[in-house]
Write a protein that binds this ligand. Structure first.
Ligand code: NAD
Ligand code: LMR
Length: 339
């Protein structure tokens, strides 16, 4: 099944597949937190990505076992697992580092409640990347993303290794959810209902721009309110359903692998690879908000072009007005932690 899907990925249009390959390239990708609920399926999906030639799996527990398991999958890439004391070895020669390390939410918690535990995990991993693989692209999954991305940036800045073109907060799950939820309402396939989601990655900071989607702009009134709420709080649905056993892992692994493939296509020179991601951004910097997710074109150096958010409806202006102060607080909290 996987061999067939990889072959199909090479021959179908990019909008309808998870993986695609436009050029042969040698790319070593590391997953930090590879033993976890996201890390395991993400490692499997990356093993199935023809653009990944080498996979380096690290966790404070369990990564060698995950690596041994995933390494039997019949795709060409090499896989190696690293134990808790082998972080530096895991990062050697790595071009892309994906970070899903850290604790997930339980019912009743906000993503910000994870800050106290995850901030130092992410800071220490970022410091290691800055030391061992300073040219790597870093993809941050660990929550709260609105704060962990500024933490990584500030940590790398301290080490003299920060390049804003190479740091990404992964908001792809919001984009995946928006397409899926909208498709259910308008009776189309998710491929036909892509939605640009901007802002950050938590509750009110998640701003779906449904008016910019041909299908989305037709959704009005109570249906619109409910759809926006579902996109903003989709994570809570999973947290509640898992009932104490964590948050989204499988859909997040899918989203993380999807974003990684987009980045690798951009790095390999494919043109027109555009997706929302949370990056250092000039869009609201004049309001003291220097990280923001909007459509970003990915290219050989990572961030190629940050797109403006475009025209908003009055409803979307309200959503944005609610997003910005919360996002600002989250970003400042991350920066203060490192300072
Ligand atoms: P999990 O507890 O199942 O796995 C986390 C893994 O991180 C564990 O294997 C743990 O050993 C490992 N870990 C802890 N400290 C580490 C360190 N210093 N170095 C390396 N590994 C370390 O959790 P999960 O469900 O995989 O979620 C991980 C994170 O991803 C959470 O913070 C969660 O909130 C976040 N998340 C983000 C999104 C998003 O859209 N960005 C979506 C879902 C989950
Ligand atoms: C999500 O959106 O599913 C993740 O951020 C995990 C969570 O805590 O909801």
């Amino acid at each position: 099944i996987f061999a067939r899907s990889a072959a199909r990925a090479l021959s179908t249009p990019s909008s309808s597949r998870l993986f695609s390959a436009s050029a042969a390239a040698h790319t070593k990708v590391a997953v930090l937190g590879a033993g976890g609920g996201i890390g395991q399926p993400l490692s499997l999906l990356l093993k199935n990505d023809p653009l990944v030639t080498s996979l380096s799996l690290y966790d404070i527990r369990g990564a060698p076992g995950v690596a041994a398991d995933v390494s039997h999958v019949d795709t060409a890439s090499e896989v190696k697992g690293y134990a808790a004391d082998q972080l530096d070895q895991a990062l050697e020669g790595v071009k892309v580092v994906v970070i899903p390390a850290g604790v997930p939410r339980k019912p009743g918690m906000t993503r910000d409640d994870l800050f106290n535990t995850n901030a130092s995990i992410v800071r220490d991993l970022a410091a290691a990347v800055g030391r061992v693989a300073p040219d790597a692209h870093i993809l941050v999954i660990s929550n709260p993303v609105n704060s962990t991305v500024p933490i990584v940036a500030a940590t790398l800045e301290k080490a003299g290794a920060f390049d804003p073109k190479r740091l990404f907060g992964i908001t792809t799950l919001d984009v995946v959810r928006a397409a899926r939820f909208l498709s259910g309402i308008v009776e189309a396939t998710p491929n036909e209902t892509p939605v640009t989601v901007v802002g950050g990655h938590s509750g009110a900071t998640i701003v779906p721009l449904l008016s910019q989607s041909p299908h989305g702009k037709a959704v009005k009134g109570e249906k619109y309110e409910k759809l926006v709420h579902r996109i903003q709080f989709g994570g809570d649905e999973v947290v509640q359903a898992k009932d104490g056993a964590g948050s989204a892992t499988l859909s997040m692994a899918y989203a993380g692998a999807k974003f990684t493939n987009s980045l690798l296509r951009g790095l390999n020179g494919e043109k027109g690879v555009i997706t929302p991601t949370f990056v250092k951004s000039p869009l609201f910097a004049d309001q003291g908000i220097d990280f923001f997710s909007s459509n970003v074109e990915l290219g050989p150096n990572g961030v190629e072009k940050i797109h403006p958010i475009g025209e908003l409806t009055a409803e979307e202006e309200k959503l944005l007005a609610a997003c910005l102060p919360e996002l600002k607080k989250n970003i400042e909290k991350g920066k203060a932690f490192v300072a």
